[in-house]
Design a protein around this ligand. Sequence first.
Ligand code: UDP
Length: 245
Amino acid sequence: MKNEKRELIDKDGLRVDGRKKDELRPIKIMVGVLSNADGSAYIEQGKNKIIAAVYGPREVHPRHLALPDRAILRCRYHMAPFSVEERKSPAPSRRELELSKVIREALEPTVFLEQYPRTAIDLFIEVLQADGGTRCAGITIGSLALADAGIPMRDLVVACAAGKVDGQIVLDLNDIEDKEGEADVPVAMMPNLNLITLLQMDGLLTPEEFEEALNLSIEGCRRIYALQKKALKEKYISIREEVET
Ligand code: UDP
């Protein structure tokens, strides 16, 4: 049987899930979803469902990891075995280890770690359902969970990817586009400070295509940033309403 490559952008310029090239997936963000964590957030971005929990600043165990002049930020990205179509092994994978590291590195520059010497801030990202772009969505809610824990930050960090699909640059790739497309450029940034904290590229792009993808990712980040701020405000408006009634 001939294994024909499926068309990812149709003749009307629409993608497999009906989106235009510069369209984000539908996004729903909630802050303060876990009462036992110091801070938490949840996101649905297309079919992705991800939760983030922050504990700390708290005592470091094992103690020798503590730093005398600042806090350490630890991050664990984890995909539930049921989060993908083909069951994922519950054992920690190299991919999860790598994503834990890139998410930590994307968030570290925003946190005033020097304000909490000898402590640890632990961030857990739990992917309940995955459909491409989970590192970016994890960063977006990771920074919200840190903010919800009351940890002083320079800015929120927001992340979004753009990539190349059927020869065209598109925003916010889903799983099919990620796997069958030609390239993926995840970007994280602190929008108010205009600083990029994560830039990766998977696949091949010309310098012009790379610039187009980078600019589109940044545009996506700015749109998600507005949703992040709205979700944070909504939590605190609802707390005020509870106090006042
Ligand atoms: N994925 C999967 N099984 C795995 C790991 C990943 O099906 O064991 C899917 C999942 O939908 C994920 C996508 O592949 O979102 C892309 O993974 P990638 O490593 O590119 O990271 P992401 O795009 O999620 O940041």
